[in-house]
Write a protein that binds this ligand. Structure first.
Ligand code: ATP
Ligand code: MG
Length: 274
């Protein structure tokens, strides 16, 4: 069967040298493989993988290496079988503190990547209006980012990353700054858009309930040097509703992941939200 959107980390280690000349081993022997799944009717169903781990265990470093913004000290990072040598439009990243272009409107921000890619104007218009509607920003097309709430800015960031249809979407704690209700709304929204895009998503969070709610597989990492301790399959059917979080089966997986994370803290500092 055809495989696309394949991301592999093979024995990846990353050692940083600080300004003071000390070395910090951020990651040790991380192995990860994400490849597309297909439904029985042949439909590409995409993957939603979540990385959960204590602060400082190297989660952002993993995303940055897949994005081509950082490189392993040893081991290999491959996308579709080729070593990552730099950023590319096949991979999109949503940062925790994202920056949209202040001088561009909502519409202009979503359109930006498409312009760079050379997508013709009539096609751009269709994609932009569809995405603005999908993330619930209709009516704000002409607004500038600084006039939007935090939640709206996050939705803009997501629309902007999705516009160019990256095969791989890397999301680094994108909902970290949002209040609980907005965060829940964004989780549901993201799953809806993802279902339609069939992209491979690698999503980093500190929030155990968020991790279990979103993931089809959950990677729990140890404290620094970070390595993957357990790969937990999350069996719940989609579409998922927020009410799933109240179910016993959900809470059992959540408790298991939380216990692992607490044990895993090691030298890292645990920040868990329950
Ligand atoms: N450019 C750098 N120079 C030196 N050390 C670095 C650099 N980037 C990351 N590190 C170190 O590598 C380790 C992993 O950092 P990383 O940002 O990947 O962690 P994280 O899991 O994303 O943490 P958090 O949950 O707090 O965001 C940390 O100890 C960090 O201090
Ligand atoms: Mg981080």
């Amino acid at each position: 069967m055809e495989t696309r959107n394949k991301v592999e980390l093979r024995n990846v280690s990353r050692v940083f040298t600080t300004a003071a000349g000390e070395t910090v081993q951020a990651l040790r022997d991380v192995n990860l493989e994400i490849a597309d799944d297909f439904a029985s009717d042949g439909k590409d169903i995409g993957e939603f993988r979540v990385v959960l781990g204590p602060s400082g265990c190297g989660k952002s470093t993993i995303l940055r290496m897949i994005a081509g913004l950082d490189f392993p000290t040893s081991g290999e990072v491959l996308v579709n079988g080729r070593p990552v040598t730099g950023p590319g439009s096949d991979r999109g990243m949503v940062f925790q503190k994202y920056t949209s272009f202040a001088w561009l409107t909502v519409e202009g921000n979503v359109e930006y990547g498409l312009r760079i890619k050379g997508t013709p104007e009539h096609e751009r218009r269709g994609i932009v209006s569809h995405l603005i509607q999908a993330v619930g920003l209709s009516g704000f097309e002409k607004a500038y980012p600084h006039t939007l709430s935090g939640g709206m800015q996050q939705r803009l960031a997501i629309a902007r990353s999705l516009a160019v249809r990256p095969q791989v979407l890397l999301m680094d704690e994108p909902f970290g700054a949002l209040d609980a209700q907005t965060r829940n709304d964004m989780q549901t929204l993201l799953l809806g858009i993802w279902d339609e895009s069939a992209a491979t998503v690698l999503f980093v969070t500190h929030d155990v309930a968020e991790a279990v709610f979103l993931a089809d597989r959950l990677y729990v990492m140890s404290g620094r040097p970070g390595t993957i301790l357990e790969d937990i399959p999350i069996p719940f059917a989609r579409p998922r509703e927020q009410g799933l979080k109240e179910k016993k089966e959900f809470q059992e997986i959540e408790a298991h992941a939380l216990a692992l994370l607490r044990r895993a803290a090691g030298s890292g500092q645990v920040r868990v939200s329950v």
